[in-house]
Design a protein around this ligand. Structure first.
Ligand code: SF4
Ligand code: SF4
Length: 426
């Protein structure tokens, strides 16, 4: 659970108040500053991890109140947790931020921001609603209406709409997975696959390939139809009650006798692994303990890999690198592909600007970060960039389209699946 600020005379209250011990663990050394994307862009102390911790602590100790300035500096934070990776004092920045956002949400926000958030969260964590909306968006694209609306300038009239429109590439057709996929070859056990909300609708192909690779590695794959959202987007926004409800729902949807719950979306996996922190219930603890990123499960798999002569670079999704501390596993998987040359992406761990719904709520900062990311990708000379999170896939693909950069943006499992096909297909 979040810390209890019992000795605090400040403005935070309730069991989810940010932990004072966590806030006081910061020794103000500043080592985290160069790792912080917003500090690097703005150069403002209050838009650095140290500055934000100072603000949160001042609020917890009653030296400042909820003000537009306080809220603004915390809204501009990506929640990328690069500062957590850099911090030698173990400051748990991610959970402090999430708990603070819950307090901000409780004390009110400007009406415009509240409206946009309400719209986003009335759709994104609901797979059926999101599916229906994307079905309408497919018609919008195929009918030519998208071109007309873009030309009309109407998109600028509604906050977040232009950013959302820019993110959508060609929308795929729905491709629901079967509820069960039998293991092939030597059986290793049974795993559940998280379909995800964005992933199942925007990247159904990645889910299918993930399931096929797991089956090829000897795992029977269960994909419960009743599974909903994991609550990751709500966690980042400080909507902790919604997160708890989603965690309990997900735990009910998966059978408890599974060896692992496999996740191919970094943000979802990170949130699920942290359920224990937010949900005080044995009902979800087993799910948190058995959650694994697909790169962890496939790392030891025997896969028949054929040649794929490609120059590939890898972008670290924040919630894989900083949230789950998984950097070596995806790279090791890619290096196993014969003929594939993996080239380093400078500052690979610097956020691309996606950050859950950040690119919809804070498009200006998100675009500035994306510009730098795309320039660095272009500098590698790679023809493919791989990354393990649907938000990053959308954001980087948007940046490549905008810049006219002919770089393919893929999930690592797509390259593995292609490599298997190169070996097994005549
Ligand atoms: S979470 Fe990311 S954006 Fe926020 S303070 Fe830490 S490094 Fe900076
Ligand atoms: S968060 Fe950690 S690295 Fe950053 S100033 Fe505080 S102690 Fe130093």
């Amino acid at each position: 659970m979040g810390g209890v600020a019992t000795d605090s005379p400040g403005i935070f209250s309730g069991p989810d108040a940010p932990s004072l011990d966590g806030l006081r663990a910061c020794v103000h050394c500043g080592i985290c500053l160069p790792a912080c994307p917003t500090y690097r862009v703005l150069g403002e102390e209050m838009d650095s991890p140290r500055g934000r911790i100072y603000l949160m602590r001042a609020a917890a100790e009653g030296r400042i109140g909820f003000s537009p300035v306080f809220t603004r500096h915390l809204d501009l934070c990506l929640g990328c947790r690069a500062c957590e990776s850099a911090c030698p004092s173990g400051v748990p920045f991610g959970s402090l931020l999430e708990a603070t956002r819950a307090q901000i949400a409780r004390h009110g926000r400007p009406a415009s921001r509240r409206l946009v958030e309400r719209l986003l969260f009335s759709v994104l964590p609901h797979p059926e609603r999101l599916g229906a909306l994307l079905g309408a968006a497919r018609v919008y694209q195929w009918s030519g209406l998208q071109r007309a609306v873009r030309a009309s300038g109407l998109l600028g009239a509604v906050p977040g709409l232009a950013a959302m429109d820019g993110l959508l590439g060609d929308l795929p057709r729905p491709e629901p997975l079967p509820a069960g996929i039998p293991a092939r070859g030597r059986a290793r056990g049974r795993v559940g696959l998280l379909a995800g909300c964005v992933q199942r609708h925007l990247y159904p192909d990645i889910n299918r390939k993930t399931a096929e690779l797991l089956a090829l590695a000897g795992w029977e794959v269960i994909v419960p139809r009743a599974q909903g959202c994991c609550g990751a987007l709500e966690l980042h926004a400080g909507r902790l009650d919604e997160l708890r409800a989603r965690a309990r729902g997900l735990a009910r949807a998966f059978p408890e006798d599974l060896d692992w719950i496999v996740v191919n979306s970094a943000g979802c996996g990170s949130a699920m692994k942290e359920y224990r922190h937010w949900v005080d219930s044995a009902d979800v603890a087993w799910l948190a303990d058995r959650t694994r990123d697909v790169s962890e499960i496939l790392a030891e798999a025997e896969l028949p890999l054929g040649p794929l002569p490609l120059r590939v670079t890898y972008h670290d999704a924040c919630h894989l690198a900083h949230g789950q501390r998984l950097r070596a596993e995806p790279r090791a998987l890619l290096r196993r592909i014969p003929g594939l040359v993996l080239v380093d992406l400078p500052e690979s761990e610097l956020c691309c600007g996606s950050a859950g719904v950040y690119n919809l709520l804070e498009p200006e900062m998100a675009d500035r970060l994306l510009d730098g990311k795309i320039a660095r990708i272009a500098g590698t000379g790679a023809s493919v960039v791989a990354t393990g999170n649907p938000g990053c896939l959308l954001q980087i693909a948007k940046g490549c389209r905008a810049r006219g950069l002919a770089v393919e943006v893929v999930h690592p499992v797509e390259l593995l699946a292609r490599s298997v096909a190169a070996r097994t297909e005549p």
